[in-house]
Each structure stands twice: as structure tokens, then as C-alpha cells.
Design a protein around this ligand. Structure first.
Ligand code: ADP
Ligand code: MG
Length: 323
């Protein structure tokens, strides 16, 4: 089992940023409104995620380290209407198998909290602790027992920027959640959690950029889209500033990028790309997220219809702008 977990870890836990992503997604799934992430040495020494979510019930804490012990899917039908970010029950056991790991958690209605400590996936402590709010997960000395994986991490600076990316995107996907990122004791970023996406964009890309973004909103029977797109004068040399989310989950999708660019038409200079943060809400039955463990790819029904909705919504924004 522990070997199986390490193998799965190879897929799910490629680097410190993948750990941050999985832990933060669990906090979001737990309904947290405040998530604080602390890291040391770009996450290799320490990743700590503290949330004020629902917590884990005492009898489920040890189970969370077992493979496929997700609390989020009850039956096969659930697989086709996934709302939560996690559903495979792979992240916790994978992360625990390649680190020194601990969980401190408690739920409303239980008299005490629970603490679990493990090394390389082996549980050494499971005990009651005082009640706390939500859950704190710590991951120390990541990859200490998988030297090959550790060797593949070349630049601490690059790792830190991957982690920042994760937090930036999650804050844009969830303006209603307050995110704090603390690196070596210094606060790198903090969002208010008041639901104001423009304000989050300001903390990610800076206030001058946020001021040059226009709001887009559109819906039809199947989709609802909303977000911000940059004025044509404010562009970038690559696509990395296009952030797309479907039901709160980040996706990469070539066709939807094209639909955005099409919406700008000849307002956009050739070879330039807009800054976009676009959130798409759809009936979960129209999106199949069960494609890859890292879940960035989504198979969409009615993709053409969505493309058209996006293109027209952006066209409309600029038509209104020039009126
Ligand atoms: P998944 O997210 O796919 O269900 P994980 O391995 O990421 O699987 O997590 C296993 C289980 O542990 C989750 O289903 C959830 O019940 C519980 N869990 C993990 N992190 C948290 C958290 N921060 N708050 C509440 N429950 C959590
Ligand atoms: Mg998860």
C-alpha cells in the first residue's frame, strides 16, 4: 500500500506546488472562507495550510490517508455531477507517503480535536487534542524518502513561483475566500475574501492593470460566464494571462482561448494576448473532469455553443465601450 501511494504520488505530487494545490483544494471543498498557506524553502522544508472549514471527523482522520478514501463521492452517479475539486481520494495518501505529515482538525459537535502524525505514510501518532477551528495540515521535508524526485527540483525560485501561481489562480477562482501566502515568515499576498474579483486581480496583477479590465457577463440556457477582460491596449506576449475556470476549477482549453481572441477581433494586435479572468458555470453533467489525475483537462459537451457565447460577450463589451 505504501509503495502504491508513492507511485500515485509520482502522478499527483510532482512538485511542492502540487502539494499546495491539493491541500488548498481540500480546504475549499471543506467550505473554508479563510485559507492561510505558509511555506519555507519553496515548500521543500515546510508547507502548512490552515483553514476554517468543516474539519474532519475523528473516526475519519486516519481514513483520509487511505487510498480512494474520498468523502466526496458516494456512488457512481456522483462521478457525473462532480461539484467538489477533489474526488479521487489520492492526494492525502500520496502527499503523506513522501513527507513528514500531520493533520490537526476538529469538527463542530465533537468534544475534542484530533491530531495525526505520519512519516512516509506510516502513522505514528493519532491522539485527541484541544478543539480548534477547521484543519491545519503540515507537510515537512517533502520528498525526503524519494531522492530521485527531490533531485528533479532544480530551482527554488522557480518552485516558489509555481506556488505563487497556484495561490493567485485560486484567489481569482474564489474571490469569496480570503487567501494568505506567507513565505519564510513574510506575507507575499493576501486577499480580502469579500467577493470582489477586481480587487483580487489588483493583488495578483497590480492596481493599474486591474483598472484597465472590463467586466464581462453573459448567459444562455446552458452556460453562465462572468469575469474581466483587459482593454486591447493592455496585452501580453503570451497566453499565460488567460485564466479560465469551469465550475471553480482551472482548465486549459485551446478552443476557448481562441473564442476569447476572436472576441477581440482586429482590436488585438497579431501575436499579442489579452489578460482575462473568466469563470464559466455549467451544469456539471455537461463537463467531464474525470480525464486526468491533475484534472486540468475537461471534456465539454456543447463546446461550440460556449465558444460563441464567449466571443459574443467580449464583442459586446467593446461595442459598449466605443459607444
Ligand atoms: P479527495 O479530495 O479527492 O476527496 P484527498 O486525498 O484530497 O481526496 O482527501 C481525502 C479526504 O480527506 C477528503 O475527502 C476529505 O474528506 C478529507 N479532507 C482532506 N483535507 C481536508 C480539509 N482541509 N478539511 C476537511 N476535510 C479534509
Ligand atoms: Mg483532495
Amino acid at each position: 500500500e505504501s509503495l502504491a501511494n508513492q507511485i500515485a504520488a509520482g502522478e499527483v505530487v510532482e512538485r511542492p506546488a502540487s502539494v499546495v494545490k491539493e491541500l488548498v483544494e481540500n480546504s475549499i471543498d471543506a467550505g473554508a472562507s479563510r485559507i492561510i498557506v505558509k511555506i519555507q524553502e519553496s515548500g521543500l522544508r515546510l508547507i502548512e495550510v490552515v483553514d476554517n472549514g468543516s474539519g474532519i471527523e475523528k473516526e475519519d482522520v486516519a481514513k483520509a490517508l487511505k487510498r480512494h478514501a474520498t468523502s466526496k463521492i458516494k456512488d457512481k452517479a456522483d462521478l457525473f455531477k462532480i461539484r467538489t475539486l477533489g474526488f479521487r481520494g489520492e492526494a492525502m495518501p500520496s502527499i503523506a507517503s513522501v513527507s513528514e505529515f500531520s493533520i490537526e482538525t476538529s469538527v463542530a459537535g465533537e468534544e475534542s480535536g484530533t491530531r495525526l502524525v505520519s512519516h512516509g505514510g506510516k502513522v505514528d501518532t493519532l491522539e485527541d487534542i484541544a478543539k480548534r477551528e477547521g484543519t491545519k495540515i503540515t507537510v515537512q521535508n517533502l520528498f525526503y524518502n524519494t531522492p530521485a524526485r527531490l533531485k528533479y527540483i532544480r530551482s527554488l525560485q522557480a518552485e516558489l513561483s509555481h506556488i505563487t501561481d497556484v495561490i493567485n489562480r485560486q484567489s481569482m477562482a474564489h474571490p469569496e475566500i480570503s487567501f494568505t501566502l506567507i513565505n519564510e515568515g513574510r506575507e507575499l499576498m493576501k486577499t480580502a475574501g469579500n467577493g470582489d474579483l477586481r480587487q483580487v486581480i489588483a493583488s495578483v496583477y497590480g492596481l493599474p492593470t486591474a483598472k484597465k479590465m472590463l467586466k464581462v457577463e453573459a448567459e444562455d440556457l446552458d452556460f453562465r460566464i462572468s469575469g474581466y477582460v483587459s482593454l486591447p491596449e493592455l496585452t501580453r506576449a503570451n497566453r499565460n494571462y488567460i485564466t479560465l475556470m469551469i465550475n471553480g476549477r482551472f482548465i486549459k482549453n485551446f478552443l476557448l482561448n481562441r473564442a476569447i481572441i476572436e472576441g477581440y477581433g482586429n482590436r488585438l494586435m497579431v501575436g499579442r494576448f489579452p489578460i482575462v479572468v473568466l469563470s464559466i458555470e455549467i451544469d456539471p453533467q455537461l463537463a467531464d473532469v474525470n480525464v486526468h489525475p491533475t484534472k486540468q483537462e475537461v471534456r465539454l459537451s456543447k463546446e461550440r455553443e460556449l465558444m460563441q457565447l464567449i466571443t459574443e460577450a467580449i464583442q459586446d463589451v467593446f461595442v459598449e465601450e466605443t459607444l
